[in-house]
Ligand binder design. Sequence first.
Ligand SMILES: Nc1ncnc2c1ncn2[C@@H]1O[C@H](COP(=O)(O)OS(=O)(=O)O)[C@@H](OP(=O)(O)O)[C@H]1O
Ligand SMILES: [Mg+2]
Ligand SMILES: [Mg+2]
Ligand SMILES: [Mg+2]
Length: 345
Amino acid sequence: MSYERERLLAELAVQRACMLTDRVFHQLVKTSVSKDDKSPVTVADYAAQALIIASVNAAFPGDGIVGEEDSAFLRKDEKLRGIVWNLVKETLEAAGEAKEDIPLGNIKDEQELMDTIDKGLHEGGRSGRVWALDPIDGTKGFLRGGQYAVCLGLLVDGKATVGALGVPNLPQDPSNPEGPKGVLLSAIRGQGAVIRDLSPNLTLLPSRQLEPVKPTNVADCAFCEGVESGHSNHGQQANIASSLGITKESIRYDSQAKYAAIARGDAQIYLRLPSAGSNWVEKIWDHAAGSLICEEVGYTVSDVNGTPLDFGMGRTLKSNKGIVAAAGPIYDDVIAAVKKELGSQ
Ligand SMILES: Nc1ncnc2c1ncn2[C@@H]1O[C@H](COP(=O)(O)OS(=O)(=O)O)[C@@H](OP(=O)(O)O)[C@H]1O
Ligand SMILES: [Mg+2]
Ligand SMILES: [Mg+2]
Ligand SMILES: [Mg+2]
C-alpha cells in the first residue's frame, strides 16, 4: 500500500487549516477558554479541528479520528460558536476546491460544525486506521506569538504511518530567522520525509526531500526543548546537555515545531523529560506526525527509558514516559545520559 493519497490529503487538510490559524494569529484578538485540565483552547483550535476532520471524513469516511478537542464548550456558548462558524465558513470559501482529485470536505451549518468536531472522539487503539489530530499544538505558543503546529498523523494498526506538520511561524530558512515563515513537512513510513514552504492558499508549493541525518560528534550538537517549564524539566535537560559536552544554547520552541526543527537539522536532539512531580501522560496527537517525520530522516524516537513510543494504547501514550529524540548515530550516547540523570542506570 503506497499511502500517497493519505499523504496528499494530510498535506492539503493541514495547509487549509493553516490558512485559518495564520489569519487568526495575525488578525484576531485571540480569546481563549480554559479546559478542565486548565490548558487553553482558542476559537482557532476548534475551527481547525472541524476543517481537518471534514477533510479526513470526505476522503476516507471509514477511518477513525482521535482529535484533541470536543464541542462541549461550543454547544454551551452561542457567541463562541458563532465566531468559530464564521472562521470555518470564510476559510471554506477562500480555499475553494483542491485542484488535485481529492475531496477536502465541507461543513454546511453550526450543527454540522459541532458534530464534525466530535467525530474526533475515537478511542484509538491497536487495530485499523486511526488519524491523530492536534489542530493547534502549542496553544500557549500560539497565544503568546511563538511557535505552534497543525499536526495530522495516520496510525495503521497502532503504528504511525503517514504524517503532516504545518508550522506557520517557523522561518523557512533557518539561517535567516527574520525572513519568510511557514513550512509544511510530511512523511510516509519507509519513504523518507519532505519539506516545502507553506502557501497562503491551497496550492502545494514544490517540495524537497529532507536529507538523512549524518554522523556527528554529540558535543557539537544542539538540542531542542519546550518553552513551558511546567511541560518539561529544563534543569535536568540542561544537566544532560552539559554531561554530553554540549555548549550551544538550547532552542526553545513550543509545539511539534521542535520535531520540525530537528528533522531539517536545526538541532539534533529533542528532550522532553517530565517536570518534577508531574503525572502528565503524553497524548498521541502531540507526537504521531512529528516522531514519524523524524524517524524517516534517521532519528531514533523513544521515551526516557529508551522504550519506543506505543501509539496503539488508545488516546494517550500511557505506556511511555517523556520523550527523547536523537539523530540515530548519537542516540545511544543521549539515552545513556538521560538514564544517568534520571538515576535509572
Ligand atoms: N503538564 C504537562 N506536561 C507535559 N505536556 C503538557 C502538560 N500540559 C499540557 N501539555 C501538552 O503540551 C503540549 C504542548 O507542548 P509543547 O511542546 O508546546 O510544550 S512547551 O511549552 O513547548 O514545553 C500541549 O498541547 P496543546 O494543548 O495542543 O498545546 C499539551 O498536550
Ligand atoms: Mg490543548
Ligand atoms: Mg498538543
Ligand atoms: Mg492542541
